[in-house]
Write a new protein. Structure first.
Lengths: 351, 277, 425
């Protein structure tokens, strides 16, 4: 757990200035410099009116101020997470007594082909969505950056999908990709192509889910890249033009390197959110069969790991097994984020 | 062709490409309206209807028969408003302490905040569910509001804004007048960080409005559901009346999109700032 | 967005206070609510009971206030969630037939209906159905709402086009085996190319399993899902797929498919008639019902249960007794296609009359004999969870074109593993 937790915040955290981004180190308070005159080591008031208070007590207001988050966090996140670890070693149906089973749940997990299938589904959907999403976002950002007019309009229009409810969008995608009567198949039909059973085929199911995620997040990422592009000093471009570099060359030797920290941020965020896909398949295939709910659609092709977790916990009431699934899944996210991190960082060292 | 013309042509083609992207971006909203205003039979037929129909009111009537729309809307508004207000208050307060004060354990606490960033909430959801059972909050909106009442992102965001946006001179002046921590927060910090609060507020509101997994797990009765869960249930099952469901989707999505477009400019600028820093 | 900070803070403090207050009050009222014998919470799912009968029950028992909720989503999941605490638990609840077995190990969470007077009523209801809700030590936790005698629904007009028999009696006798049924499907598909015989092969499989007297796990809690009876059902299920008469519908396009003639037949329980008439009101009069090929089967058929936290057991039992009286069960058949569990109802006009959706056919002639001949099979608590493996693999065959033989092997090994996880030997 040591390296990756850094990933999210360093990229996201408003804390590090642009200069600290690439290094990947969260540098909470550096950007003002330690010697800044305005900074107070301790509040005047603390020592002032009520006479010297000793020790921790004089920091009481600060602790009080930060306590709500840590209280909520401890009760609803930290304790539950640890409890989930404990649960992973139990067999428990949620009603009866818990029974300690040692590592049995993890042995089951290792042997469970459905678990591995769900991991494969999750990763495939993630790759199918993230790669085109970030690529198109970059292109879009460059395009918007190259025009003068309507930029405000483009930004709003491109951003809207990211604030739209996932449930609504999943229902919409379910409707237009409907096998027999969806808009997409109607269009294919009008072009005299044969209809595609989008929501029945192993690969097209993943494509539909990936398309959904791509639709929702491409604009958002484009807007973020756009802000990054605007921060690149124009002198750099002018200098490159003077040297006779073409637009493609400029893009790869100036734009991309300058955007690297932002690309890193979007990669990490897309990884963390992309791997956690749950709502899309749950809404699309949720209760398509009364005997077998939340199985992830035909061929279990839309069964993501989190959906499998939900199914085991809340449909089968196998809470111990579900706990093992979600922990294994968390380790996978850590692994992938770490790999991402290393990859992007390594590239950085090359000129 | 002179270079002036060529440039103009290139600019035009860029606009054309961008317009296509905009159309893709907003097409679902158009199509949701088309489906919501026609009958299910129109939707199933080939060729499909491409323009708005006149069946919206009938669809909405069917919708209201099938679900307690206003009840769900009310629940959703309660959750979103309460969560937003609590987040704004708790996060800005904590952010003030982190941004302007030193206290023992600050580094550790802040580091913890950073570390919690990528934890998937699902990791905690089973015990959370049991905790709600113990508290007797299961099936109530509290089960959604309280766990979301403060978050790491908001503290980051507000801390960043507070450390730059609140002049130390003002705080010093307040201290000299004898203002304590909370008085400073109230009189100096809050007025200064309003723009950041606006962004965090909209962000939290949207997130709470759209949340799905927590209400899915915590809520049971139809009269407790939030819109997202109620809509998903409406869609589930075999007997799907698409145009009816779409009228529900329309009603649930439109307010948020309108609110968003109203605040969009500032919001987007802030959202990118949050990402860039 | 200009937010007055005073307003803002006030609002925040108020919210926090209100949240705290409702937390306190909520707990209080909730507790008193659960002990309030005048308020009974009643849960079922859409189509689980006749809404009219339920509405009448509210009037009939005006001395208590009956708060009915039609719960959406996965009912079992919601019920388990609700039953976590006394305040959220319903006082009366439905439980679906496929889920009842999984509740038996926790029978202590429900009241024994026999002790409330069901033991005297028992002879009036189908004994095999009562047995499904009875624990090994004789506790009865569910009052049977309906049974799911299965039949074959078919489109008379499409059968006529394909030159197949159209009269229900004739269809029943000529398509009396799975093979004859599939052959008819091939002809049907040839004559009307866009029409398929079955919705998906999972449906065939569940029918075929239901035709046997044992399922995936035996009464000694031993896994038997790899034995011949399941294997035969599997082989039967795969046939329409290999014959190309499987519509492979595994999503909610079923709704549209049933209305536009994509599906020529539909095999399912009596209650499935409601799904068909809801999804395809335009096909009214075109459907008929014939016997299920190769003998009767049961699918689903639900129960009403009283959680042990029930505030007023005597009253609650009185209410469910009334709702499920033979007369009201007959109404349930008319309104919601719920096939009665009280044989006395079979004589009532609601059942003996013709059904306009089925062109005036007297469907009791099909369902009645089927109901009597349903083979009783032991259903283990883990039955539903284990069966998922087979259904998943059958959709794998449909969606990925997976080799049925490989799919069978994978289904068995997965089912074994699930069984093991669920504590089956």
């Amino acid at each position: 757990m040591s390296s990756s937790p850094v990933a999210g915040p360093a990229a996201t955290g408003p804390s590090s200035g642009p200069a600290t981004g690439p290094s990947g180190q969260p540098a909470p308070d550096r950007h003002r410099g330690p010697g800044r005159p305005g900074r107070r080591i301790r509040p005047v008031s603390a020592g002032g009116r009520r006479g010297p208070r000793r020790g921790i007590a004089r920091y009481f207001p600060q602790y009080l101020a930060v306590s709500p988050y840590y209280l909520i966090f401890s009760v609803f996140m930290l304790f539950p997470m640890l409890y989930t670890v404990y649960l992973a070693f139990q067999k428990w149906d949620g009603i009866g007594e818990m029974q300690f089973v040692g590592l049995q749940q993890f042995r089951f997990l290792w042997d469970d082909p459905v678990f591995w299938l769900s991991l494969r589904n999750t990763v495939v959907i993630w790759v199918l969505s993230t790669v085109p999403m970030l690529f198109m976002a970059l292109v879009l950002a460059v395009l918007v950056n190259s025009v003068r007019r309507f930029t405000a309009f483009y930004r709003v229009a491109l951003f809207i999908p990211s604030i739209t409810s996932l449930v609504a969008i999943a229902i919409f995608f379910g409707a237009i990709f409907s096998n027999n009567f969806g808009l997409i198949n109607a269009i294919l039909q009008s072009m005299h192509l044969s209809a595609v059973p989008w929501l029945s085929n192993e690969w097209t199911i993943k494509l539909v889910i990936a398309a959904l995620m791509t639709w929702q997040w491409t604009g958002y990422n484009a807007i973020i890249y756009l802000a990054g592009l605007q921060a690149i000093p124009s002198e750099l471009y002018e200098a490159a033009k003077m040297d006779g570099a073409g637009p493609v060359r400029i893009f790869f030797s100036i734009t991309i390197p300058m955007l690297r920290p932002i690309i890193l941020f979007t990669v990490v965020v897309s990884t963390v959110t992309g791997l956690q896909s749950f709502t899309e398949p749950q809404v699309l295939f949720g209760s398509d069969a009364s005997t077998n709910p939340n199985s992830g659609g035909p061929g279990q092709a839309g069964l993501t790991t989190l959906l499998y977790f939900y199914h085991q916990a809340f449909d089968n009431n196998d809470f111990g097994y579900a706990a093992a699934i979600v922990w294994a899944f968390f380790l996978l996210i850590l692994l992938i984020v770490t790999i991402n991190w290393r990859l992007v960082q390594r590239k950085e060292r090359r000129p | 062709m002179n270079s002036q013309n060529r440039k103009r042509l290139r600019g035009l083609s860029v606009h054309v490409v961008l317009m296509i992207c905009v159309v893709i971006s907003v097409f679902p909203f158009y199509w949701i309206i088309v489906m919501a205003t026609n009958t299910s039979q129109d939707i199933y037929s080939y060729p499909p209807k491409l323009w708005f129909g006149g069946n919206l009111l009938t669809n909405i009537q069917h919708l209201f028969d099938k679900m307690d729309f206003f009840g769900s809307l009310f629940n959703t508004v309660i959750v979103a408003v309460c969560t937003t207000l609590l987040v704004l208050f708790f996060d800005s307060l904590a952010a003030f302490a982190f941004a302007k004060y030193e206290f023992p354990g600050k580094k550790f606490l802040f580091g913890l905040l950073l570390a919690m960033y990528i934890l998937p909430t699902q990791l905690a959801i089973i015990p959370q569910y049991e905790i709600m059972v113990q508290l007797g909050w299961l099936g109530t909106l509290k089960a959604l509001i309280v766990p979301a009442a403060a978050n790491a992102f908001g503290i980051f965001w507000m801390r960043q804004y507070t450390s730059t946006g609140v002049p130390d001179e003002l705080l010093d002046a307040a201290r000299i007048e004898g203002a304590g921590f909370f008085r400073q927060y109230w009189h100096v910090v809050l007025p200064c960080v309003r723009p950041a609060l606006a962004f965090l507020g909209i962000y939290t509101f949207i997130a709470a409005w759209n949340d799905y997994i927590l209400p899915l797990v915590m809520l049971v009765n139809p009269d407790e559901l939030t819109l997202q869960v109620a809509l998903a249930q409406l869609y589930a099952g075999h007997s799907t009346d698409y145009s009816m469901v779409m009228s529900g989707v329309l009603l649930a999505v439109i307010p948020l999109v309108l609110v968003f477009t109203f605040f969009a400019r500032g919001f987007i600028a802030d959202a990118t700032k949050g990402a860039l820093r | 967005m200009d937010l007055s900070r005073r307003r803002f803070l006030q609002a925040a403090v108020l919210t926090a206070a209100a949240a705290g207050a409702t937390a306190a009050c909520g707990g209080g009222t909730g507790e008193s609510g659960s002990k309030d014998s005048k308020n009974l919470k009643f849960w079922y799912w859409a189509g689980g009971l006749s809404d009219k009968v339920v509405a009448d029950a509210e009037k009939q028992f005006s001395d208590v206030s009956l708060k009915t909720s039609v719960i959406g989503g996965d009912f079992k999941t919601k019920l388990l969630t609700g039953m976590k605490t006394a305040q959220t638990a319903p006082d009366i609840t439905g439980i679906k037939g496929e889920d009842i077995a999984s509740f038996l190990p926790n029978a202590g969470r429900f009241l024994d209906l026999n002790s409330l007077g069901m033991d005297k009523l028992a002879p009036e209801y189908l004994s095999w159905k009562l047995k499904q809700a009875t624990t090994q030590d004789g506790k009865l936790i569910g009052f049977p709402i309906d049974i799911g005698p299965c039949a074959m629904y078919y489109r008379e007009d499409l059968f006529a086009k394909a030159g197949l028999p159209t009269d229900p009696a004739k269809v029943s006798s000529e398509l009396s085996t799975w093979d004859a049924y599939f052959e008819a499907g091939v002809e049907l598909h040839k004559a009307v190319p866009k029409t398929f015989l079955v919705n998906n092969i999972g449906a065939v499989f569940s029918m075929a399993v239901g035709q046997g007297t044992s399922r995936y796990i035996d009464a000694d809690n031993k896994f038997i899902g790899d034995q011949d009876h399941i294997r035969t059902a599997w082989t039967t299920a795969v046939k329409p797929y290999t014959l190309g008469i499987d519509a492979k519908i595994n999503d909610n396009t079923w709704n549209a498919a049933i209305g536009n003639g994509t599906l020529g037949t539909e095999i399912g329980a009596a209650w499935h008639a409601l799904d068909i008439s809801n999804a395809a009101p335009g096909t009214k009069g075109k459907w008929r019902v014939a016997s299920l090929p190769s003998g009767p089967s049961n699918l689903g058929g639900s129960f009403l249960c009283l959680p042990s936290t029930c505030a007023n057991p005597e009253k609650a039992f009185e209410i469910i007794k009334w709702i499920l009286s033979p007369e009201n069960q007959a109404r349930g058949f008319t309104d919601a296609a719920l096939f009665p569990t009280a044989p006395a109802a079979y004589e009532l006009p609601a059942l003996t009359g013709g059904d306009a959706f089925f062109g005036g056919q007297k469907t009791i002639e099909i369902f009645g004999p089927a109901a009597e001949k349903i083979p009783a099979a032991y259903e283990a608590p883990a039955d539903a969870a284990v069966s998922a493996a087979y259904f998943n693999e059958l959709t794998n065959v449909e969606a990925k074109g997976k080799d049925p033989e490989t799919a069978w092997k994978d289904a068995v090994s997965q089912a074994k593993q699930i069984a093991q996880r669920q504590g089956v030997k």
